[in-house]
Design a protein around this ligand. Structure first.
Ligand code: PRT
Ligand code: ZN
Length: 283
């Protein structure tokens, strides 16, 4: 059987989470820092470790069937690939920022000004769609120091915590795009049964990350109120306790409203609430 290839970042912000995701999918491989390619011992797959900028083109050209890369890099390289799955890590925003004391505070104020960036393609589209006539200065890194050096009036760069902008006396005032790591595939990969199998594993890991397994005890007469609060994968499991009149309820709770749910369960009489992480949810 022909092996699949997946390209992930060799080192950098997406490497660790990409490796973790693949390992959580049950794939056995060595994460050698020195190697470019690592075979998976228990699935027909090879892992290619690349610069993130090269990943979209490798996938577009079919050298890799799959890739994990930031949406910002995909949009900048303008490749034709299939978006298979958002992965929930590597989140950031591409923003336009200016020095604190600058008089630029609306998009229109950018007319006639210069903006330094490593994302000229995305920025150009953004400026065009907002009918702004500004000069784009493409540089290869350290964008945040460019206004201080007098190289540009503004910058367009990725922001996650905002710490870099702050420490360089810059303030963001326009969002160009938000981004996160995504799983992409070549056109051919979309029709592959092996890719389907891998996708199912990825989705089961992502689903599990979004939920917690919860076990709680409740007096039988309070059960209807508890059940009204709980979804479960299909519906909650109810198991009688040795103590007469009590049951244990097993269920899963979404991460996003976890504490709100737990508080409501306590108010409805839930006791001895045990919360556990879930490894995978296979539907
Ligand atoms: O070597 P290679 O080319 O593979 O890596 P790289 O140096 O080009 O990329 P890397 O590892 O820095 O980032 C990989 C991907 O992580 C990016 O393409 C984004 O999709 C995502 N990502 C998420 C980020 C950030 N957050 C981020 N904060 N990429 C870069 N930054 C930089 C930003 O450019 C700025 O310099 O971090 C600084 C701002 O961070 P804060 O936290 O101070 O706001
Ligand atoms: Zn890069």
């Amino acid at each position: 059987m022909k092996k699949l290839k997946i390209a992930i970042q060799k080192s950098g912000r997406l490497n660790e989470k990409s490796v973790e995701l693949l390992k959580n999918c049950g794939l056995n491989f060595e994460n050698y820092k020195s190697s470019l390619i690592s075979p998976v011992s228990n699935f027909p797959l090879e892992i290619l470790f690349l610069r993130d900028d090269d990943i979209p083109e490798y996938v577009q050209d079919g050298i890799a069937d799959l890739g994990i890369v930031g949406e910002n890099v995909i949009n900048e390289t303008e490749v034709e690939v299939a978006y298979l799955q958002k992965l929930g890590f590597g989140k950031c925003s591409l923003k336009i920022a200016v020095p604190n004391n600058n008089l630029i505070n609306s998009l229109n104020d950018l007319n006639g000004k210069s903006i330094a960036t490593t994302y000229p393609v995305i920025l150009n589209k953004f400026l065009k769609s907002n009918q702004i006539d500004a000069e784009i200065r493409t540089i290869s890194g350290s964008v945040e120091i460019s206004p201080g050096l007098g190289l540009s009036d503004a910058i367009c760069d990725l922001v996650s915590t905002g710490g870099t902008l702050k420490s360089n006396g810059l303030v963001a005032f326009a969002d160009v795009m938000s981004s996160e790591a995504v799983l992409i595939g070549s056109k051919a990969a979309e029709k592959s049964a092996l890719v389907d199998e891998l996708m199912q594993r990825v989705q089961s890991v992502l689903r599990a990350k979004e939920t917690k397994y919860v076990v709680l005890n409740i007096q039988k007469n309070n059960l209807p109120a508890i059940l009204a609060l709980l979804p479960g994968v299909k519906s909650p499991t109810i198991i009688p306790l040795a103590e007469e009149g009590w049951v244990a309820v097993h269920t899963v709770i979404p991460e996003y409203d976890f504490w709100e749910k737990i508080n409501k369960l306590k108010q409805a009489g839930a006791q001895g609430i045990v919360v556990m992480p879930i490894e995978k949810i296979i539907l």
